[in-house]
Write a protein that binds this ligand. Structure first.
Ligand code: NA7
Length: 561
């Protein structure tokens, strides 16, 4: 590799979750002589599976289809205990990957990056951590994660609460629920995938005092239907991994599930009902992704399915008013569908209550509880914020960027008042990998990457990035940047693919809205919803055309781009 004395690393990776761990493995494998480093804010590998250790935290994707496919030996070795693994197991799995491939030695933990400066003279990035320690690198691989920057609710008085309070992704490691939550009055704000898992888990702890659920928007949730995997079954699955990964490669999302090719109206009422009932009894995302193909594009089709799902909720919740509050007003599946294991039944317990914030919004948090607009004071000992994340662009927003032209990435500041590269948190990218004005930056699981199974997506993208690095190495290229044309063309394509989907009509982290984050109020298209196959085709075409859409330059040779 072309080295310069001032350069500390050839590749710096930020984040040691599933993206960062695999990036380190693969880039080191392909470039054995390069100096590669991973910087991680937490004190272990795992990313979301490190940070989110709240009770009941588990995956809604089949673990067999979510794990890495690259290491056949590990597939043979690893035994999943549950069809949908709980967080401790997924975390152990990622630790095992890091141990097996001796990755820990190149990962620096407990280090949070605060700023990034591009140096045009040297074609390098300089990152500064919280302590001001610099890390210089030629190439930067962003593995920052799309749900890694937690947000607290913008509610008056949250700083006044005197009891214990924390965000679900910052669950205190020393809590023993049976002991510490005994007879306590607990409040949970938020009913997304995290809130639903937390609430369900807490509802199964017999000795808690009370549980108050503060729900602003009801979410459509449906049964996960988890099951144990016996050692005998696991042996059988090991022979079928190749087939399973192929199946995932053939679906538009990388999940094992895909839509029924028929439209809702192509079949009789009875046939429709029969498919829905069947999906309802199946495990996993099939009741989100396995439905008739027009369910999220045709309002009537969606209404029918929403009614079916509403009837399921009504049948499970005894109190009619509570059931009514738990049934969402938006169409089924237009937000991420959280999967549950007894969520609705929780509300049949006398010590668990739902506070419908549509009817009685929170007015403020007090020293010992929450006050709602009806004047009621909900007294609490423990307050849990399941209030989600500054998603997708949020981890980028936590770093102060100094692009090639000095522009900030997302937020302007008093020191830097220039128009940001992503105004209103709206991303523009090339292939969801390249960011305008941030040369030598490659995103894994960044904005505009395909919606779907994260690990399948990671393995593909890291391959694309590694191919590009190989091209750079072979041609002594020290600077890579997407052209404005390529960014415009791809970003337009991403937006075009999203059109016609009902998902765009609803605020959620998937449409880039979070009212707890300053300026994040405009809906944007943050993920690519053309198919994974189409995405791969774009990436292949870019490479096979000799990287059309990218500009190259070299500090070693004459400029080559
Ligand atoms: P989500 O899905 O963003 O859910 C956050 C929840 O917190 C949601 O119910 C919000 O209500 C609620 N929230 C946020 N701010 C407030 C305020 N100020 N007042 C009341 N309620 C509030 O995050 P999750 O962690 O559950 O899930 C994130 C993803 O992780 C998930 O989809 C999986 O893919 C894994 P709102 O809906 O905004 O009205």
């Amino acid at each position: 590799s072309a080295r310069q004395s001032s350069l500390t690393y050839d590749v710096l990776i930020i984040g040691a979750g599933l993206s960062g761990v695999y990036s380190l493995y693969e880039i080191r494998r392909r470039f054995p002589s390069w100096r590669i480093k991973v910087i991680e804010a937490g004190n272990d590998v795992g990313g979301v599976w490190y940070w989110n250790s709240y009770p009941g935290c588990q995956i809604d994707t089949e673990s067999l289809s979510y794990c890495y496919s690259f290491d056949e030996e590990l597939l043979e070795e690893w035994n999943w205990k549950d069809a949908f693994a709980f967080q401790p197991d997924t975390h152990k799995y990622i630790q095992r990957v890091a141990e097996k491939h001796n990755l820990y030695k190149d990962i620096q933990f407990n280090t949070r990056i605060k700023s990034a400066h591009w140096n045009e003279e040297s074609h390098t990035w300089t990152f500064l951590d919280e302590q001001g320690t610099p890390y210089s690198t030629r190439f930067f691989v962003s593995c920052l994660g799309f749900l890694s920057n937690p947000t607290l609710p913008a509610i008056p008085g949250i700083e006044n609460f005197k009891g214990q309070s924390f965000h679900t992704s910052r669950w205190p490691k020393n809590i023993e629920i049976h002991r510490d939550f005994a007879n306590k009055r607990i409040g949970v704000i938020g009913t997304g995938a995290t809130g639903i898992q937390t609430i369900t888990a807490l509802s199964k702890i017999e000795n808690i005092g009370s549980l108050s659920v503060f729900q602003r928007t009801a979410n459509w949730s449906a049964p996960l239907r988890n099951s144990k995997i016996t050692p005998y079954e696991m042996e059988g699955y090991k022979g079928k991994y190749a087939e399973l990964f192929q199946k995932c490669a053939d679906t538009p999302t990388g999940f094992m599930h895909q839509a029924d090719p028929r439209k809702s109206a192509d079949v009789t009422d009875e046939e429709r009902q029969a498919l829905w009932e069947k999906l309802y009894t199946e495990p996993g995302f099939s009741k989100w992704l396995g439905v008739f193909k027009d369910t999220y594009t045709d309002r009537q089709a969606n209404d029918l399915y929403s009614k079916f799902m509403a009837s399921k909720i009504k049948a499970r919740v005894h109190d009619a008013e509570t059931a009514d509050s738990l049934i969402p007003k938006h169409g089924y599946g237009t937000r991420r569908v959280p999967l549950e294991s007894g969520y609705y039944e929780a509300f049949n317990k006398s010590h668990i209550s739902l506070v419908d914030l549509q009817k009685t919004p929170i007015t403020r948090v007090t020293e010992n509880g929450i006050e709602t607009s009806d004047g009621k004071h909900h007294v609490l000992d423990i307050l849990i914020y399941a209030t989600g994340f500054d998603a997708i662009t949020g981890a980028f927003n936590a770093i102060e960027w100094h692009a090639k032209d000095g522009r900030p990435l997302i937020a302007s500041s008093s020191e830097n008042t220039q128009q940001p590269i992503w105004p209103d948190h709206r991303p523009s990218t090339f292939l969801g990998i390249h960011v305008p004005a941030l040369p030598n930056t490659f995103m894994v699981l960044g904005p505009h990457q395909p919606f779907g199974n994260a690990t399948r997506s990671i393995e593909h993208t890291v391959g694309v990035v590694s191919d590009l690095l190989q091209f750079c190495q072979a041609n002594d290229i020290t600077r890579v940047e997407a052209t404005d044309d390529a960014v415009e063309k791809w970003t337009k394509h991403v937006v075009a693919c999203s059109q016609g989907s009902m998902i765009n009509e609803v605020d959620s982290w998937m449409t880039g809205v979070n009212k707890n984050v300053k300026g994040k109020t405009v809906r944007s298209v943050a993920r690519y919803t053309g198919s994974v196959q189409e995405y791969k085709r774009w990436c292949r075409q870019c490479r096979d055309s000799g990287y059309q859409g990218l500009m190259f330059a070299s500090k070693v040779k004459q400029n080559v781009g």
